[in-house]
Design a protein around this ligand. Sequence first.
Ligand code: AMP
Ligand code: MG
Length: 492
Amino acid sequence: MSAQIPFDNSYARLPAGFFAQVAPAIVDEPELIKVNRALAADLGIDADMLESPEGVEMLAGKRLPEGAEPIAMAYAGHQFGHFVPQLGDGRAILLGEVVDRAGRRRDLQLKGAGRTPFSRGGDGRAALGPVMREYIVSEAMAALGVPTTRALAAVTTGEAVYRDTLLPGAVLTRVASSHIRVGTFQYFAAQGDEAALRALSAHAIARHYPDAAAADNPYLALIGGVVARQAELVARWLNLGFIHGVMNTDNMAISGETIDYGPCAFLDAYHPSTVFSAIDRQGRYAYANQPGIALWNLTRLAETLLTLIDSDEEAAIAKAREALSGFSDRFNAAYLAGLRAKLGLAEARDGDLELAQDLLDRMAAQSADFTLTFRRLCDAADGEAGDAKVRSLFADPSAFDAWAQRWRARLAEEGEPAGERSAAMRRVNPAFIPRNHRVEAAIVAAVEHQDFAPFEALLAVLARPYDDQPEHAAFADAPRAEERVTQTFCGT
Ligand code: AMP
Ligand code: MG
């Protein structure tokens, strides 16, 4: 492993209008919070070098690594349904790309490293709390097996940022298979810049959907590819109780990775209309709205490519509609397959969705904890002795009993040995998710007491979400009434 970062920056080779060249801000006294050593190894970057004084300066944007070409990417976006023709990286700087050990191209981006031409009124900075939240939740998602951007490192800057009060400033080094968003396409479409849309599509196809290059209509194949990946992604979110919180088109990645962890949160008690984000007053991005919003966003993507799909507008619309129509089937199939696995059903039968929905309805009515219900169901799959701990999660425990009878009758139709079934269930129903109250506690300890021990402890547990880890059982607990977090906030 070399002491250098082997950059190869393909986005910076795109036409000038795609980005602005920028220089990160020079901060006072950066200090290391954490380097993700396993991820550094995957990327072929020397973790010891990142932890050295020079490395910490790089992670804070104070020193540019050789080969970096810092740019802020241009993009537009629909924010809560309202189109903004120019957003862009206002507090993020793309250092460049590396090809990882598995041959995958990955972006290295500093989030919170200072102002860019896209900062508008913002300061280009990030506060420590949101940096920690993104680090914790994105790494938890990766360990859960969900496509996501990653956190390579976090540092404090030694400078304060003002967010109603003064808070410690921090920088997150984000790794993504790219930072191309639905909003990137919208940016050029809004300018009527067809040449740029062609170049962007070619770049996105080469990077993420190489098979589309040989398709009869590469633009349609690109849309179809993004539709499929987003359908699978949002199904995973729902199966795990994840709420993104700000599914604006600028926060939806063409790669199919979860991106931009702002006011995101996992459900504690299950309810489909749950919203945590303080700014989502209409519930646009509520838990159960996420598939519909994903399709809405993908429709905005398809619109940007209509003139390239077919010179005849009506024909283009018909073809785009067809590509988008794949979303619902793909989502429904992935979501149902996920539910079957959660319930321990190895075979597909009619009525499975209704069986799962019946449980979810009872959970919603009885405020049952989402993650604990499914995890404890793994024990119930081993025998009725396990039922007591599931039913105790329901406000009226008898609400579980009628459903459990139905479930057992359905399980009995399959020949799978109980031990294998419950083991398979434990591989899809996590014991540990980044519970909001745990994330908050880790942030408070760091911000108020410079104590990063709770952050480290939480990360260690979340790295193995499907293992019981009895010594850390408390991390699986639902919040007590006084610990419950009901609102989360954007990083801005
Ligand atoms: P987000 O809500 O985090 O997806 O951000 C939406 C837009 O606001 C993006 O263009 C960001 O770059 C920009 N933005 C967010 N926070 C800041 C900040 N502190 N300074 C400058 N721009 C920001
Ligand atoms: Mg964003």
